[in-house]
Ligand binder design. Sequence first.
Ligand SMILES: [Zn+2]
Length: 154
Amino acid sequence: MQSREDYRSSGSFAYAQDKAAPLRIELGRRYRFAASHRLHTEALSEEENARVFGKCANPYGHGHNYMLEISVSGEVDPATGMIANLGDLDSFVEREVIEAFDHHSLNEDVAAFRNVVPTTENLCIEIFKRLKNFPKVLSIREKALTRFSEDAFG
Ligand SMILES: [Zn+2]
């Protein structure tokens, strides 16, 4: 597992003003992790699995580096000057996503993928479900977004 400090990059901030609405700030945070997977479904033959999933269908699995970008948006709390506490967001993401996925087999170690193909799309859905549990007190809105890019090294 990577050190606590280097799995994430610093946040970026942007804003756009809609004159009819209160000013909303969007805050982006980026996290990295590595995990192995095997893309395979019983619904397809071995040949079809190989054709559809390519090297990701390798029976022994292989690894990817993942980049997770989380955006939160909302109004700035005038008392704290923040939309959300980045330290709390980081520790939440570390606990719910990084520790659960980093250097793990998605198929074998993550219950959600026992019967679901761990494609990047399904990984995104699973992470989004986990992020919805972020405490509302921090004003994380339903607009929280996740996006993945996947860089194969295997
Ligand atoms: Zn793969």
